[in-house]
Design a protein around this ligand. Structure first.
Ligand code: JD2
Length: 243
């Protein structure tokens, strides 16, 4: 998978080259290129924003600059294997399911807006020619799209084959079965008078699996009842319903 990010703050994306993601790049599992939007300006001030039509606070990012940048980065859009992703507080929720869907994309191109966002005609123009996703990472307002791109790239890349040391980690993610993960424990056996639940040291794998499922159901019911309500009817067995 190739990932391109267009931004006016390229250094914000430096974490993409650290740790797990950095190792995925080094191992050739992904390619990452970060582009400075201002490289496509032609005025001495390198202007990327202007006042909003219709008035209102803040500034809006200019369509001309974005058009030149994305044409250059995406290349010929006919039969382009790329998806254009535009983070915005007004987008569809970014979810684990969407992260999984994007793992099949050959290319992801992220357009990081700032100010009050990017002129809508940029999305409208490219949406006529390729898949465009306007997505939000949560119901709060950030200052720009860069942090959202870091979140989404990490969520997608960790799902790619070979990136995680243990493939079971991705398969047993929170949300992979529609539930939140239950609690995790490691040594020591007792810490500040708090013991590890004995079942986890029993060696009885069936009992451990049941205990973990029960804790996941309890946690999901307490913190995210909406996830329980969204489960398909056959997702919970009789033992689950007894929790
Ligand atoms: N994903 C996501 C986001 C964003 C986000 C993403 C991109 C931009 C580009 C500019 N701004 C500031 C801004 C403030 C007010 C109204 C419009 N835009 C962004 C915010 N905020 N919260 C999320 N979950």
């Amino acid at each position: 998978m190739r990932i391109d990010v267009v931004t006016i703050f390229p250094s914000y994306l430096a974490p993409l080259r650290e740790a797990l993601l950095g190792r995925a790049i080094d191992r050739g599992l992904i390619e990452v290129a970060v582009h400075d939007l201002r490289d496509w300006t032609h005025d001495v001030h390198q202007a990327v924003d202007d006042s909003p039509y219709g008035g209102g606070p803040g500034m809006v990012m200019k369509p001309q600059v974005w058009g030149e940048a994305l044409d250059s980065v995406i290349g010929p859009v006919i039969d382009s294997p790329a998806r254009l992703v535009v983070p915005t507080p007004a987008g569809r929720p970014f979810t684990q399911q969407l992260a999984h869907e994007w793992t099949s994309a050959e290319r992801l191109v992220f357009a990081c807006g700032r100010y009050e966002g990017i002129d809508q005609r940029v999305v409208d123009h490219y949406a006529q020619r390729m898949p465009v996703d306007e997505v939000s990472i949560g119901d709060y307002v950030l200052v720009g799209g860069e942090v959202a791109v870091l979140v989404m790239v990490e969520a997608v890349v960790r799902l790619l084959p070979g990136v995680l040391g243990n493939p079971r980690s991705a398969a047993e993610d929170s949300f992979s079965d529609g539930l939140l993960e239950g609690p995790a424990y490691t040594r020591p056996e007792v810490w500040r008078d708090l013991p590890v639940p004995p079942v986890l040291r029993s060696g009885d794998h069936a009992a451990v699996d049941r205990w973990r499922r029960d804790r996941a159901l309890e946690r999901t019911a307490r913190l995210r009842p909406d996830l329980l309500a969204a489960l398909p009817p056959d997702a919970l067995d009789e033992a689950d319903r007894a929790v």
